[in-house]
Design a protein around this ligand. Sequence first.
Ligand code: ATP
Length: 472
Amino acid sequence: DQHKFQAIISHCKEYGFVFQSSEIYDGLSAVYDYGQYGAELKKNIRDYWWKSMTQMHENIVGIDAAIFMHPTTWKASGHVDNFSDPMIDNKDSKKRYRVDHLIEAHAETLAPATADALLQQMNELLKENDFAGLKQLIETNNIKCAVSGTNNWTEVRQFNLMFSTQLGSVSDEASEIYLRPETAQGIFVNFLNVQKTGRMKIPFGIAQVGKAFRNEIVARQFIFRMREFEQMEMQFFIRPGSQKEWYAYWKEERMKWHLSLGTQPERYRFKDHEKLAHYADAAVDIEYEFPIGFKEVEGIHSRTDFDLKNHQEYSRKKLQYFDPETNQNYIPYVIETSIGLDRMFLLTVCNAYEEQDLSTPEKQDSRVVLKFPPRLAPIKLAIFPLTKKDGLPEIARELMDQCKSSFYCFYEEKDAIGKRYRRQDAIGTPFCVTIDHQTKEDNTVTIRYRDSMEQERIPMAQVRERVLQAVL
Ligand code: ATP
């Protein structure tokens, strides 16, 4: 529900996870900055993905390609001609809409059967690129612009989502380049470099994490749809004809990855694509149930040999693989897994966010807790001396020194312990340790668990091991 979603957005800002970009200048639309805890959470998600893909798969390696690429790349990939969304303007309100989003929003107000029929009609028109038909569909269904309530529209146009800029100081047509709208192409153009230098044998994969840019027509819903975002993509190169089998394999493998983070399975679902992208012969989304409904977090696409074949044609460089098992040369087929890091971040926060009423008959009480999987939590351990004196801070510092090279620790000596615990709950720290006067006697400390709020007395010498076990 919208209320919970708004609460999560506020929480992200209040606790240093996500800020509007250039906020002091009133922000830049659909661009965001990650704060001190957000950057840490994002890094942990990225690292977990990277490790699962590369370190845990002997036949997948990672690269880091540039954002700028030769402009012909985007001709060959089809992005110059095809990477666009249909757009329409309302003449009265001067508001701009993505046609499919406008119709989908309207469908949500209809009875299920009517909505389905409308969406099916829309998908057929989109497939045919029938712009006049789309406009008619909007008009005959009397789809009104939310703001002014009028049904007075311009024609439908294609709007290319790529940002362009000039390379070097001479501005002529030849120097116009694009900010990459996906990271995948940096993998395709390096396919042979990696295959040869890494002596890779098919099937093998190349993984990459990096920024991508799309001039989204209408950017909505916080970091769900941004104009600058980060993707984690993996292209898996296979023998032609084996795509069905590998597509099924990666569908399952990727769902396992999501579930390995402890999310309840019923919050996830697969959704087959109605309208296939220009490069795909099969495509499915992994959707998660955000407070605003089921939405895409990841796409798994069977891309055939579309990309490599086109790069071979445009570059006139052979992009073939010699298969020693079959003694044949061929252009490999590709299965892609593509997940948005920012969307995975939003998923992680939404899934972790809980408002708890802790009231007792004597006292009203509540807390907001982020129940992150410990391996993703920005801070793993908070260390609190009970008071600022009696040598307790010194012991706490000793524990900091034992732990801080292994995982992220946080030291705090201000305020009552209860207040300190609540602040750590709000940023999702799984463990807090308090050093008190008894520590001086017997070297034990109180460890407090975020989710159960239970406390336990353990030897200080066991703290590091205890936390390490949970976060690795
Ligand atoms: P949509 O149809 O919603 O525009 P898409 O199907 O074009 O998205 P893909 O091209 O498959 O998206 O991109 C792969 C992944 O990259 C998506 O699953 C999503 O997690 C992420 N992604 C795509 N666009 C954005 C964006 N504007 N902001 C944040 N993440 C994005």
